[in-house]
Write a protein that binds this ligand. Structure first.
Ligand code: ZN
Length: 264
């Protein structure tokens, strides 16, 4: 995996004294699930963090579209989404059931993604990334993402602990091209670490490509905000800071079939 761009504060993994035996360059990207883009206090914290570029990271905003049926104001939302897109990569984050209920409770998950994606383009936005709320995905969602040209960040390197038995998710360890049943190729950059998982992994081992995620709502808690900044600063010493768009543009990812990725 090569990347064409990197943050100024990033250092190569193979020169870090913490990783004397690693030979390849490690890359790291960071994304935020923007759950409450219309909450002024949450949004201000997120905007400040994106602006700050701790560790050299251009943080991707995986933003939940305004849910007009739930009374959310699309005109304010679109201004904020445009601001976020000016500061870093923009992604589409779907909550299927309600603003505060991510995973779907009815059929038609792929249709919802397509409809939202079309609406985002009507609003003049060009998201490049996707992440399913609650890590949900299925064949139709994956096909919708490929149709919209998204790079999918929904796959996880490890099974989300809170999912019940039989609940759908997607499993991937490294950036991959996923061959879908339609014959389309879905590019994917799996999400590898929560903030807590990053804190536990930093003194130990990190994969070749690290993808850290957090939620915008984490930022209203001072302690979590500080933990995020500290974690990203340390991560930038162990990996070259880049962003999901640059990583996807670098290409070179292996390919696997959807059947090998979809769980259960
Ligand atoms: Zn969400």
């Amino acid at each position: 995996m090569r990347a064409t761009r990197s943050g100024s504060a990033g250092a190569e993994g193979d020169t870090s004294p913490l990783m004397p035996h690693t030979t390849g360059t490690r890359y790291a990207v960071v994304s935020c699930h923007v759950e409450r883009p219309l909450d002024d206090a949450v949004w201000a914290r997120f905007a400040e963090l994106q602006e700050r570029r701790t560790g050299g990271f251009r943080i991707a905003a995986l933003i939940r579209p305004a849910d007009v049926s739930a009374g959310e104001d699309e005109s304010i939302w679109v201004e904020r989404a445009r601001d976020a897109a000016a500061r870093g990569p923009l992604g589409h984050h779907t909550h299927w059931t309600a603003p505060d209920h991510a995973r779907p409770t009815a059929a038609g998950a792929g249709e919802r993604v397509l409809a939202e994606g079309v609406r985002l383009r009507e609003l003049g936005l060009e998201p490049t990334l996707f992440c399913g709320g609650g890590w949900y995905t299925d064949t139709d969602v994956a096909e919708a993402c490929a149709e919209l040209g998204y790079v999918d960040c929904t796959p996880r390197a490890t099974r989300p602990a809170y999912l019940g038995a039989g609940e759908r998710w997607a499993s991937l360890a490294v950036p991959t091209g996923v061959q879908l049943p339609s014959g389309r190729l879905l590019r994917a950059i799996p999400t590898t670490h929560s903030l807590g998982a990053l804190a536990r992994a930093l003194p130990r081992s990190l994969p070749e490509v690290v993808h850290v995620y957090f939620h915008d709502t984490d930022l209203v808690h001072g302690r979590r905000r500080l933990a995020l900044r500290a974690g990203l600063a340390l991560l930038a010493r162990r990996a070259r800071a880049t962003d999901p768009d640059a990583l996807a543009a670098a290409g070179g990812a292996p390919e696997v079939s959807w059947a090998d990725v979809a769980r259960p």
